[in-house]
Design a binder for this molecule. Structure first.
Ligand SMILES: Cc1cc2nc3c(=O)[nH]c(=O)nc-3n(C[C@H](O)[C@H](O)[C@H](O)COP(=O)(O)O)c2cc1C
Length: 189
């Protein structure tokens, strides 16, 4: 599987502002979300769901972000409020990965959260496989309950990531990666 390995070893994130159109097509989005749904999931609980922001929906969501920002920073300059309004409109497509993890008699909540992380990573990798680039981000608004309420998340739901997707304006350069001997030990008897 040299192509798959090439894909896995060449992936790297691109800043949201450097993600340009054209956006993934509806068929591309279906592929991305189908692969996102194919992740290990202990107990088959489906402890995640996906919230797609595209077109004008990105700015509508941005209104909620800007409103909360303005409430907390009443003296903010208009350009700063505009920046907040544009948060989810920097890339052509943003997929919110919503964790629905919760207490369960058998399946630890931690494992449910990890499954959402796997779904997020599958989105990043599938975008890359389709020729797009991506950036898995949270930023402050992912942790603000007022924003999450406005985006329609239930009280027990959390954001695992807002995955920004588009075409890389220019090929990204890589960043240093951890050396294997820094992160790998072999258990010896
Ligand atoms: C859960 C999670 C949240 C993240 N949130 C942010 C963020 O809010 N802002 C940011 O600059 N990078 C964030 N990152 C890091 C980027 O996704 C990315 O990993 C980083 O830019 C390094 O690039 P690489 O993917 O090419 O290694 C986050 C990563 C993870 C796993």
């Amino acid at each position: 599987m040299p192509d798959a390995l090439e894909l896995l070893t060449s992936r790297r994130s691109v800043k949201p502002v450097e993600l340009i159109g054209p956006a993934p097509s509806p068929a591309d989005i279906d592929t991305i979300l189908t692969v996102a749904s194919r992740v290990p999931d202990h107990g088959k609980l489906v402890p995640w769901r996906f919230l797609v922001f595209e077109g004008d929906g990105r700015l509508k969501a941005g209104e909620a972000i800007a409103a909360v920002f303005k409430a907390d920073h009443p003296d903010a300059r208009p350009e700063h409020v505009d920046f907040e309004r544009n948060r989810l409109a920097r890339a052509p497509l943003v997929v919110g990965v919503v964790s629905r993890a919760g207490p369960h008699v058998k399946i630890p909540e931690w494992e449910q959260v990890l499954s959402a992380g796997a779904a997020a990573m599958n989105i990043v990798l599938t975008a890359h496989a389709l020729g797009f680039a991506a950036n898995w981000m949270t930023e402050w608004y992912a942790y603000d309950r007022r924003v999450l309420d406005a985006l329609g998340l239930a009280p027990h739901e959390r954001i695992a990531g807002f995955i920004h997707i588009g075409r890389a304006a220019q090929p990204p350069t890589d960043r240093p990666r951890p050396l294997l001997d820094q992160v790998v030990t072999r258990f010896s008897a």
